[in-house]
Design a protein around this ligand. Sequence first.
Ligand SMILES: Cc1cc2nc3c(=O)[nH]c(=O)nc-3n(C[C@H](O)[C@H](O)[C@H](O)COP(=O)(O)OP(=O)(O)OC[C@H]3O[C@@H](n4cnc5c(N)ncnc54)[C@H](O)[C@@H]3O)c2cc1C
Length: 593
Amino acid sequence: MSDYVAPLKDMSFALKLAGMDEVAALPGYEEASEDLIAAVLEEAGKFAHGVLSPINWDGDRNGAVLENGVVRTAPGWINAYHQFAEGGWNGVPFDPEYGGQGLPWAVATAVNEMWQGANMAFGLCPLLNQGACELLSHYGSDDQKRTYLEKMVAGQWTGTMNLTEPGAGSDLSQVRTKAVKDGDVYRITGSKIFITYGDHDLTENIIHLVLARTPDAPPGVKGISLFIVPKMLVNADGSLGERNDARCVSLEHKLGIHASPTAVMAFGDSGGAIGYLVGEENRGIEYMFMMMNNARLNVGLQGVAISERAYQKALGYAKERVQGKPVGFKGDKTPAIIGHADVRRMLITMKALTEATRALAYYAMAQFDIAGRHAEAEVRAAAADRVALLTPVVKAWSTDVGVEVASLGVQVHGGLGFVEETGAAQYYRDARIAPIYEGTNGIQANDLVFRKVTRDKGAVAMGCIADMRATAASATGDLAPLGAALVTGIDALEAATKSLVDSDPVTVAAVAYPYLRLFGTVAGGWMMTKAAVAAQAALAAGEGDPEFARAKLATATFYATNILPMAGGHLAAVQAGAAPVLTMTDEQFGIDL
Ligand SMILES: Cc1cc2nc3c(=O)[nH]c(=O)nc-3n(C[C@H](O)[C@H](O)[C@H](O)COP(=O)(O)OP(=O)(O)OC[C@H]3O[C@@H](n4cnc5c(N)ncnc54)[C@H](O)[C@@H]3O)c2cc1C
């Protein structure tokens, strides 16, 4: 079984490209020196390689199980989690006041990518806990922060996100879980499904963040409130009290991420789980959006991470497997399949897409840091707009790419990719959830076109397009063909954006997904062109690793010539409008009207 090796060089490069120098200059991030970041990444890489990666395959085979009402995690999980918490890894981006390391989110992003790449099923636990910590940091009362946040930042307790119900998946306005006031607390009753790490044996307490509706709440999303529902109640002195009335009643059997317990949760079977209101009643969705946006970017990062893992595995296999002489090969000893042009095509596609999605995800997180801390309000606002625009793109594009790259990984292995022993199949199965949870990619596309692009008549999108054009203009000399390819892609994105702004909502909804793919494809080209310009400059100045820079130029060129041109196809779909999508009538679909 191959081990995960953190791609530290590309991670550091992507951080720099994302504007790490600017991030490190933000108030509160003075400690984030280049040396410190390099040391953090190196240590995280060792942990991912040495502790998380070795238990990934066994985790897949054994999974988490529910035994006599107790969820037991896969072999090795408890030990790995304890090391993870003791290492302070959960607290990387959080305020030192609550025991965090106070490092930028951009740095935490690189670190988080390693957990997801080494072991996605394990990485989900800190992914959700970090989102819960972020939410409580912003909206928790002082008392709630004192009681829960410190222990969650330390990883001593973990947080969950309880949104989904049988009748409320994409449409959270249908949430029916009830919250009835009972003195200072609320009694929560209802059922939640698909709750990641809803129960486990890693920590002594689990802090559920639960969406529920009070009896007199208005209908729809405006009547949903947010509650803290701890698995174990917490006494005034911080010690653990009684078991709360919240239980995992079953675990789902899934296509992938077997070791991540996906729980059906019952709240209030014995009279009502005790819940504590976060903020004000009826503002739960607004608060939860902070956690969801954080999780969306991090789920996008899972797409990047699983692509990296699949690429490493496929590359290793392609260097060893011998099968047939490559066209044009003249030697005596048949080389490995990496000598075949088609295998190289698959590998460079995997590498280029991984690097492009990584660069975009890190860039979005650097903008997130700027939005939170820059001294000037105008800069903060512009960065916040950019993050909001890119969040659905990072989430949906990177996760779809994750599935495609993992699929190529299976293909490189031939028949052995389809059988379980090599591990390539696991990455493909694990990758498949990311386009579904945290808002399906269809919902992300809707978010992009309606809330992020057409609502302001394309203003924020056009600002991003202007930055893309500046990058294209900087690709001169040997890089001029890359700049020209990027301009073609940007022209397509601009034309599609204008056509969306001028379209009716039915058309916008029908072309939302091709528009999102177009955006991702061109944004990836933007990042790869930036990367090529930086690599060229480093080569010219004799700085850094010349082999790394040359490889970056090769992947950027491949992206410009083989991937970016797909923008034209996506534009065609957007410009075709709603009609082709709606061509099939209800009758033709066999819908009995
Ligand atoms: C392994 C796993 C872990 C999960 N973890 C959590 C968790 O920790 N916490 C939690 O609360 N939830 C969790 N979920 C739930 C997850 O977020 C939902 O499954 C997801 O939001 C989709 O909801 P649904 O399954 O009901 O699908 P549906 O909403 O029924 O969607 C079905 C299809 O219809 C499409 N669709 C629906 N509405 C629209 C629309 N308005 N426009 C266009 N297309 C639409 C969707 O894109 C999708 O293709 C998890 C799910 C899984 C499988």
